[in-house]
Design a protein around this ligand. Sequence first.
Ligand code: UD1
Length: 431
Amino acid sequence: MEQYVIKGGTALSGEVEISGAKNAALGILAGAIMTDETVTIENLPNVKDINVLIGAIEDIGASVDRVDEHTVKITGSSITRLSVDYEYIKKIRASYYLMGALLGKYKSAEVALPGGCLIGSRPIDLHVKGLKALGANVDVSYGLWSARADRLAGNHIYLDKVSVGATINIMLAAVLAEGKTTIENAAKEPHVVDVASFLNSMGANIRGAGTDVIRIVGVSKLHGTTYAVIPDQIEAGTYMCAAAATHGDVLVKNVIPKHLEATSAKLIEAGCVIEEYDDAVRVIAKGRKLSSTHVTTLPYPGFPTDMQPEITAVLAIAEGTSTVSESIFENRFKYVDELARMGATIKVEGTVAIVTGVERYTGAQVTAPDLRAGAALIIAGLAADGITVIDDIKFIQRGYEDIVGKFTKLGATFAEVDSEHELQKFKLKVS
Ligand code: UD1
């Protein structure tokens, strides 16, 4: 049973290097199978979700050459199966990007349906609507989602809700559809832009990614490319929040500061100083008082829902009463009970958390309910008095590369243990 164990109370200081963006890499890996030529993807984060999707890509017959920890070469010419098993979907929902990619390339795909999710219901109606608009017959039954088309033809698609997943999936299929596709009310997240840039580097014709309206002119085929994934804005934001919560001083390197603006703005409101450089941000909270602020999650460029638990972990030890409103996923406050076990005072009313700042966290044994909530527990543990033990770290490992090593380098006393004996050894060492 793997656990993280943290002895809190050390102000983080120093530098941390941010890895490639998991959510961009997931769309890019799926897109890589859309040509028969070899695609080289660099700056992949070495995290479980990425490795699961690479496994799914190998499973359908593509050839995968792992050049090093962060680089993979994918050649889609040997694909033999157009169906993606539940085994992969159950582990990562984003393997549904193989639907858009396979449908675009082979005009046929069958993908297991994603189930519910810990952070709220995750419907696929907008994905289905988009693929149907491109001319596919889409059938949802027997736990499968299948789509077939004699030909795909561009169309005008309006997304009723801003959806990262639907935007990327439709974009993937549309690049190889005949004629023009317009996606209105498209998601503007940096990872949507990165997937579009990647597809363009393969010969696609996508314009407007990063705005509300994405215009795609279909091409008949895509070619090989070499592409480096953008830095992970959520990983960066997590280290920024950890610096704030521990009253530290941390330079977060290899980032695109523009992608971090919402997080930076809230940390400034909470009392931190943020210095921006070309490809780094420095968070200074040393000697500064943290104070309350109000946060509402929104699609990009709003405050990311994936940063909601992490900022709440900061605000729970900031003076005054903060509110955190969650507007994207309805069930994303499960972790507050865990933070409460560490001394936080947070009341959830519907989609709003009312956070009454306390002076400090106290270490406790807690359980990570999902990926970003797990990150929030780490932040709390780093700031807490005493020792925090986190269970169910498999969720955290889905999206954070070498989190123990990176925090340790910043001065944290943080370890992964896999037995009671190791846990006791850690406790003995730090007491
Ligand atoms: C992606 C991210 C996830 C992030 C989320 C919002 C990946 C792999 N995951 O998830 O980390 O939290 O964006 O930024 O990139 N919706 C529908 N119908 C659909 C699709 C979505 O109603 O067909 C709704 C969802 O229930 C949710 C909202 O749209 O309320 C946004 O979801 P979406 O942007 O699609 O999230 P994901 O792409 O699943």
